[in-house]
Design a protein around this ligand. Structure first.
Ligand SMILES: [Zn+2]
Length: 247
């Protein structure tokens, strides 16, 4: 028997200064994490975003050549709403991002450039829980990020990075996975929730293609509903949940 999901989530570790979020697509962080990011940047912490793709295959009615630059602009605007000014793209191909050494190397290089203590990524498991199937890009990038946290600290895995001037960084203390069906920790979303709504709304072209609902009510219902559900396991405060892997 699995234990009932009423266990309270622990507060996230807060003895860190720099976080790096690594996800597959524009909007991956805004669909749940950005209230936590707002809380962190409010507290003077540095947060940078690295996206494996530009999400160019994400809108059925837009050709990738047109879609990629548009989604990049929307991503930069949504990051700015929660105090993030560094947004980088690794240019893996949206929809067919492959787990493997090329992806691990690119993420390890990003970790060495930014030298974070906390790394954030999105659910790397096959499902979102139950039978809600995850996408292959999220699985690939989540797994590669968990692995690259170790790769970044070992000078003999990807020695070409050291030759490029990227010294090993073995300072990642936690990898926190958002969207996990088995979370362990949470961040109070009270102060950041309104900015999280505005942040997700910056992905307007994507959202308008996704739903016929009014974008603002769709976004607000989604984010406040999730934060309230997480809050049931976090002292009743709206919250963002993470599964934290300590290193
Ligand atoms: Zn995604």
């Amino acid at each position: 028997m699995t234990e009932p999901k009423t266990t309270q989530l622990q507060p996230m570790p807060d003895d860190w200064r720099r976080a790096l979020a690594v996800v597959a697509h524009p909007d991956d962080l805004e669909y749940g994490c950005s209230a936590a990011v707002a809380a962190w940047t409010d507290a003077g912490r540095e947060v940078a975003y690295v996206l494996a793709s530009r999400g160019e295959a994400g809108i059925d009615t837009l050709e990738p050549a047109e879609c990629g630059p548009l989604r990049e602009r929307e991503q930069r605007a949504s990051a700015a709403v929660v105090g993030v000014s560094v947004v980088e793209f690794l240019d893996h191909r949206d929809g067919i991002i492959e787990y493997g050494t090329a992806l691990r190397r690119d993420i390890a290089a990003a970790i060495r450039r930014h030298r974070p203590e906390l790394v954030i990524t999105l659910n790397h498991r096959d499902t979102w829980g139950g039978v809600a199937w995850n996408t292959p890009d999220h699985v690939a990038v989540g797994r590669a990020t968990l692995d690259a946290a170790g790769d970044a600290g070992n000078r003999w895995i990807f020695p070409e990075l050291t030759e490029q001037g990227l010294d090993p960084w073995n300072g990642v203390r936690w990898v926190a996975v958002a969207g996990s069906s088995t979370p362990t920790h949470a961040v109070d979303a009270t102060g950041g929730l309104e900015r999280a709504v505005r942040s997700l709304l910056e992905h307007r072209t994507y959202i308008e293609a996704l739903t016929s609902e009014d974008p603002e009510s769709y976004v607000r219902d989604f984010l406040t509903g999730n934060a309230a559900a997480t809050g049931e396991r976090f002292g009743g405060k709206p919250a963002v949940a993470f599964e934290v892997f300590a290193r």
